[in-house]
Design a protein around this ligand. Structure first.
Ligand SMILES: Cc1cc2nc3c(=O)[nH]c(=O)nc-3n(C[C@H](O)[C@H](O)[C@H](O)COP(=O)(O)OP(=O)(O)OC[C@H]3O[C@@H](n4cnc5c(N)ncnc54)[C@H](O)[C@@H]3O)c2cc1C
Length: 384
């Protein structure tokens, strides 16, 4: 196994065992491959996850060692698919936002159905002309009577079209001053009149799916506003830290699954009368990938430990995401090369890992922006 020796708490090890048992029963390698190939959302799996109480890790407020527990869980789920981690993360990050910024009534209205496994959460920031420059959103929210009316368009919203989804949607409310001070987050059930969602055909992430969302005079009640007008940017910024830890751990799990598959194949496949693992052109790149994967895993764990100690870890979690996204993209590409024609055939998990690995670098912030952030933290006069 590519998994390294670790010093994990009993609670983390227990959760890992529970995740393996869940996947053995409800999400076999074959199940995940079919969900990916056919674009199926496994509602039953997420109902099981809700039943196991894993969402309570954030919904109950302060759970000791929450980030470490979630990192362990996401690594295990990631062994099946990083897309399944993305769906898990969307619920957890959304519940944490509700816990941190919402009223008890909002937590009950929007969070409780997620805890029961009846609804899902998603996030809607990106727009046709707004990607990395997230503060520039143009979707508008206007106060009307006791509530709000929203108009605009969102893109690439993962899982937003799944039945029962509630979007955390970032809209512009005011004008003038700094763009980021004009933003607010609204809880928007996808079945609200005036909303149309369209699935976007994509190379990967086929289990969650990515969606375009059109909003035409969408009327929302007053309690759809999460936090206050002007706090939208802060909500997004705070959300990102734990989100990066979870997503990165998922990439570690997916990379280690990919390396394990490739090690097994390289030992078994014989050419020129020998296992291909005996050729250094095969063994050394795999060994190097494992070294780098282990460093990436340590980087995520450090971020989780800092987070759980209540210490700042924006830079550390950014570096972890940069490393883990890179490793998943590179390990899945290397695996495709070593497994040759076998890995290219669609009755095998590698095509899914390869197409999901390509986007690992981009989701939750592309590498150039992450390096830009790290450069600023080093005191480099970026953009001076
Ligand atoms: C599978 C998937 C799931 C997604 N899920 C969601 C979701 O659920 N909700 C949501 O709102 N969005 C989602 N997105 C969108 C995602 O957040 C964006 O892809 C991301 O913010 C980057 O934006 P962009 O792709 O438009 O790239 P752009 O911002 O247009 O950037 C294009 C290129 O320019 C570079 N670049 C841009 N600005 C700079 C700069 N200042 N310095 C240096 N280089 C720069 C980038 O590195 C990148 O290589 C998803 C995307 C994908 C592919």
């Amino acid at each position: 196994m590519s998994k390294s020796a670790t010093l994990e708490t009993d609670d983390q090890l227990e959760l890992r065992r529970a995740a393996r048992a869940l996947f053995a029963k409800h999400a076999s390698e074959r199940d995940v491959r079919i969900w990916d190939e056919e674009g199926i959302y496994p509602d039953g799996l997420y109902r099981e996850i809700a039943g196991l109480g894993w969402y309570d890790i954030v919904a109950e407020g302060t759970v000791e060692g929450a980030a470490g527990l979630l990192a362990a869980l996401c690594e295990e789920i990631g062994r099946g698919s990083s897309d399944l981690v993305a769906l898990f993360n969307l619920n957890l990050s959304g519940l944490r936002d509700l816990q941190r910024w919402g009223t008890p009534e909002q937590l009950e209205k929007y969070g409780a159905p997620v805890l029961r496994g009846e609804r899902r959460l998603s996030i809607a920031v990106s727009e046709p002309d707004v990607g990395s420059d997230a503060a520039s959103v143009t979707t508008r929210a206007v106060a009307a009577g006791d509530g709000w009316v929203l108009n605009g368009q969102k893109t690439y919203c993962e899982g937003a079209g799944i039945k029962g989804s509630v979007m955390e949607l970032v809209a512009k409310v005011g004008d003038g001053g700094r763009k980021r001070d004009q933003l607010a987050v609204f809880m928007v059930p996808v079945d609200t009149p005036g909303i149309e969602v369209r699935r976007m055909p994509a190379l990967g992430r086929n289990i969650s799916g990515i969606y375009e969302v059109f909003l035409r005079d969408v009327e929302l009640p007053a309690d759809a506003l999460l936090g206050e007008v002007g706090q939208g940017w802060q909500i997004l910024k705070e959300r990102l830290v734990l989100e990066r830890i979870m997503i990165s751990s998922g990439f570690v799990g997916s990379s280690s699954a990919v390396i394990d598959l490739t090690v097994a194949y390289a030992n078994e496949r014989e050419q020129f009368g020998k296992p291909i693992a005996s050729f250094q052109g095969v063994s050394l790149p795999l060994a190097e990938m494992n070294v780098r994967l282990d460093a990436a895993r340590c980087a995520v764990r450090r971020s989780a430990e800092l987070f759980d100690l209540g210490l700042a870890c924006e830079v550390e979690s950014t570096m972890a995401k940069f490393l883990c996204g890179q490793i998943y993209a590179e390990s899945s590409a290397l695996a495709m090369q070593i497994q040759g024609a076998y890995g290219y055939v669609r009755d095998h998990p590698l095509p899914m890992h390869h197409s999901d690995g390509i986007i690992a670098r981009v989701v939750a912030g592309p590498p150039s922006l992450q390096l830009d952030y790290v450069a600023r933290s080093m005191g480099l006069r970026v953009g001076a």
